[in-house]
Write a protein that binds this ligand. Sequence first.
Ligand SMILES: [Zn+2]
Ligand SMILES: [Zn+2]
Length: 336
Amino acid sequence: MPAESADKLTKKKSVKVEDYDEPVNFQNVSTELNRAYGEAHKHVFQYILEMHGTVTRKQLWTKFILYYTCYIAKRNPATAQCVVCNEEQLITLAEQLVKKINREIDWMKMQLNTIQSEFDGKLFVCLVNKHPYQGDLLSIAGFTPDEVFLLTKWLAYIFTSVDDEDDENTEDADGFIAKLKLSNMARNLPNPITELRLQALTDKLVQDKWIKEVNGGFDLQPRAIAELENVIRNKFQPACCALCLRVVVKKSLARQCDCKALMHQHCFTAFVKNATDIRPVRCPREVNGCTKVFYQTTQLHNGLQKVNQTVSRRSSRVEEDEAINSDAVESENESS
Ligand SMILES: [Zn+2]
Ligand SMILES: [Zn+2]
């Protein structure tokens, strides 16, 4: 218990000790949140900074309720776990908190962006740059021009090695880059990045939760997508989820309809949640002529599987793809 509340206890003898061990009323927490931006809001924002800019949505509401319990209501912190409310109220609380903080940090050209993980459907709140030139990686603070150059190549590798029906050999990077591939990329830049500097960069990206080290390489993480989504959309033509319309990075984890419509696993699960045998849901591409219906039990293949459907090619991308593919082959040869 904070020292201050213990102090209060001794002064107000009429108040029973147990009163302080009652969890706070959720309504009061909510009222505090909607008051002017104050200590409680600042505390949560500081926490996000301490966590290198990425927290789960649950951590966000937990932190706010805990602060309210300890420092505003001056109760035993343990009681914060017993606040009576439902999940919807907590979600609303987190959403309001995000809005509130965003209004406050807008002048810094920063914002909190909520994104759902393609890996486990977990919701993350990420502190990202809100820059005027949203399509430009250079406007994202914290990287040297050489690093930006490398990141751009890295993203190109991930987002333009899309599966191509005409070419069986083209493999989708599926959000992953091998360390060897990345080293080659860094070495072949006009202004090469040394192994040591590359190590420092990837260490920083791992620490800031942009990437995660897996099987001799790196997977892009929700934080990176939250930060780079505009850049990715502007520079490449990424696959997008037919339900939430956001970028799909890890196609192997997404679901794909016969019409090629891609859906994040978490979006698809939520979509079919209320479907019944009598009332299934229709493919979101119904307007484009897809007649497929989904039930709760519908198993769709993953988004990396090739589907025998002719899809109009984006001709503007052909040249770009070829340029990148030949580049990839070259550096692969070098490394072998
Ligand atoms: Zn989605
Ligand atoms: Zn479909």
